[in-house]
Design a protein around this ligand. Structure first.
Ligand SMILES: Cc1ncc(COP(=O)(O)O)c(C=O)c1O
Length: 401
């Protein structure tokens, strides 16, 4: 017994196991520009508490049951109403599935569609967690070149035609068309139509990730790709993370019955439905205070974006460029090509500033070393100015300016 060897779990992991993640990677900066959080000071805690109280007194005893596999029906009805009102999407509540944030749904779709070696199309730089999940699933990821209007249709068509010619028709196009993460642009209506035309010609489903759409503080709303789709090839995910709080873990998926039926099974075997306790509160809150709350939030986020941009202008000089997003929670910083922002990420964190280097978002896993995503949702305007100054001092010590 005494000489018993410890089991070496690293040797018996399944081929689907994700890479190891150290706790140190979770460290946050005082000036936290790394993650797209909303403003902590304006979280609607009183509204949520009142909504939870109402929900529990109305239906609390139902917590004794396992929830509906697609999630709390009244919240799905609210999602259906909101998508009609805000995104011109006609969606029956039976076509909605609630989940632990929208990332859980993205992950499920990848599990349902992608086998090792399957080709998947994304934007050239896109949400890092979706890329990680695609890589774990063995996807062959192809990033399409983008400009300020979104994916370039000529490049999209070329990439797809090339893959089809090799008998590798892509299984999925994953896009973040509104306040694209990390690039910040919103895909124009023309580009959305062009994307849909190409995808329908080649019969490739689209997963439209509209996580940030409610956070528009200027410019015109652009219709959801889902609302333009006549062939049922567009699946859609949205979230309450950016309008209420990510800690609630509540997102939604909309898709065709063939896929929803699989979601029902996935949810059933993972304990059925989604956290009903949170759903009761979110539903009551969404029906009463959410719209006013988002209006308040937009004023705060716009000020913070403006502060970040103004301080970058004062301290970063003409060597750097950045996007000016009309909404969302981040901007995309571009330094001269010779700069490697991966190398200084750790040092920046030690100086108190967190950011994510461009390579984390690169579909090809290598480009973007001179880019970074800077989020402006979490810190106050004063902190944002200070944090950008700290970053500017570090970058000038490194000779980047
Ligand atoms: C583009 C995009 N999609 C999805 C998510 C996942 O959000 P959640 O799972 O909290 O809904 C995020 C989170 O930052 C994101 O940036």
């Amino acid at each position: 017994m005494e000489n018993k060897k410890l089991i070496e779990f690293n040797k018996i992991l399944s081929k689907h196991a994700p890479p190891f993640r150290d706790r140190a990677e979770l460290e946050r900066g005082k000036y936290d520009f790394a993650i797209a959080y909303p403003d902590p000071g304006s979280l609607p805690l009183d509204g949520l508490l009142a909504a939870l109280k109402d929900g529990l007194s109305d239906e609390g005893q139902d917590l004794a049951l396992y929830p509906d596999v697609q999630g709390y029906a009244p919240l799905r009805e609210y999602v259906s109403y909101k998508l009609k009102r805000d995104r011109a999407m006609t969606v029956d509540p039976e076509q909605v599935v609630l989940g632990d944030g929208s990332s859980q749904h993205i992950s499920t779709i990848i599990d349902l569609l992608i086998d090792n070696g399957d080709a998947v199309i994304t934007e050239d730089f896109c949400y890092s967690n979706s890329l990680t999940k695609l890589r774990i699933s063995g996807a062959d990821i192809h990033g399409v070149r983008c400009d300020k209007s979104g994916m370039k249709p000529d490049n999209l068509e070329m990439v797809i035609a090339d893959l089809v010619a090799q008998d590798k028709r892509p299984k999925l196009i994953y896009t973040i068309p509104t306040f694209q993460n990390p690039q910040g642009w919103t895909m124009t209506l023309e580009r959305r139509k062009a994307l849909l035309d190409i995808a329908s010609f080649y019969e490739i489903p689209i997963l439209e990730d509209d996580c940030y759409v409610d956070l528009r503080f200027e410019g015109d709303n652009v219709p959801a790709i889902h609302s333009l789709d006549l062939t049922g090839q567009v699946m859609y995910v949205g979230s309450f993370s950016k309008t209420i709080a990510p800690g609630l873990r509540m997102g939604y998926f909309v898709g065709p019955e063939e896929i929803i039926g699989r979601f029902r099974m996935v949810r059933k075997i993972s304990g059925s439905g989604v956290n009903e306790f949170a759903a009761l509160a979110i539903h009551r809150y969404a029906m009463s205070g959410l719209d006013d709350h988002v209006e308040q939030l937009l004023k705060i986020q716009r000020d913070r974006r403006d502060t970040m941009i103004a301080t970058l202008g004062e301290t970063f000089g003409s060597n750097a460029k950045w996007s000016t997003p009309e909404g969302g929670l981040y901007l995309w910083l571009q330094m001269p090509e010779s700069v490697d922002l991966n190398e200084v990420t750790k040092e920046a964190l030690e100086a108190g500033v967190g950011y994510q280097p461009g390579t984390m978002f690169a579909a090809d896993a290598g480009s973007g070393q001179n880019y970074a995503r800077l989020c402006f949702g979490y810190n106050s305007s004063e902190e944002i100015s200070k944090g950008i100054e700290v970053l500017s001092d570090l970058f000038s010590q490194k000779g980047f300016f």
